[in-house]
Design a protein around this ligand. Structure first.
Ligand code: SF4
Length: 244
């Protein structure tokens, strides 16, 4: 990866970011692409998004070093734009090989683009926090921590969703972990194993209203340029790529 020139992203990188961590817990966390800090250091999720990811994992509790963290594309897209489809396709063999080597029981996707790699029909505003089956493994889509930093309502949802990670691990134990990840880009049918936790009625209405609001904000922000303070964060190297 560090010497790869398979897509145009190699031209702007300081360092490729293959990933870091261990396969100990059987959890593979996949973001979207490196940001400024990650590109500088060659490590994933080392800025504010990484700090929030650490906080989310600590609530379970799981230590960062006990999971493997990587991205869909291993080199930083310029100006933190979304990875282009051809860049995702070009980088796919590396992620496929990582899945073969790590053989994860649970794949946690962070953000829309990471989820779409496994679940092209998915919608992050609808499918976040669900425990899904994908090719004999558990797929557990979450919002991207960068989205949580931009929107307190999404951060709250992230904090609630991540509490289902132990349940996702339990579900994975009943699935065969022996089948290797796909090598031909084939996607099998995904079905939900369990419904997300439902709060009591009054709270449920509040949660539904919240989610509806968040979904609207999320869709609106997908095409928004970076805000001024976010550009400052970017200049300070404190933002990992990832919208939702
Ligand atoms: Fe190679 Fe992936 Fe980097 Fe593109 S993003 S140059 S495919 S390692």
């Amino acid at each position: 990866m560090r010497s790869c020139t398979s897509c145009a992203l190699h031209k702007g990188r300081t360092n490729a970011v293959p990933g870091s961590g261990s396969a100990g817990t059987g959890i593979l966390i996949i973001g979207e692409g490196p940001g400024f800090n990650e590109d500088q250091q060659g490590l994933p999720f080392v800025g504010r998004s990484g700090k929030l990811l650490d906080e989310l994992l600590a609530a379970v509790p799981i230590a960062r070093e006990d999971v493997f963290v990587t991205n869909v594309v291993k080199c930083r897209p310029p100006d933190n734009r979304d990875p282009l489809p051809e860049e995702v396709v070009a980088c796919r063999p590396y992620l496929n090989r990582q899945m073969e080597l790590l053989d994860p029981r649970v794949i946690v996707t962070l953000g829309r683009h990471s989820m779409l790699r496994f679940y092209p029909e998915g919608k992050i505003s609808k499918d976040h926090g669900k425990i899904l089956e994908w090719e004999g493994r558990i797929l557990f889509p979450l919002y991207h921590p960068a989205a949580g930093l931009r929107n307190p309502a999404i951060k709250k949802i992230l904090q609630e969703d991540v509490l289902r990670l132990p349940e996702a691990l339990r579900e994975s134990s009943r699935l065969s972990a022996s089948a290797l990840a796909p090598t031909s880009n084939s996607i099998t049918e995904i079905h939900e194993i369990t419904e997300p936790l439902k709060p009591e009625q009054p709270a449920q209405q509040t949660a539904e209203a919240l989610e509806s609001n968040v979904a609207e904000v999320a869709e609106a922000q997908l095409s928004e340029p970076l805000l001024k303070n976010e550009k400052q964060e970017e200049e300070q190297g404190d933002r990992q790529l990832g919208m939702f």
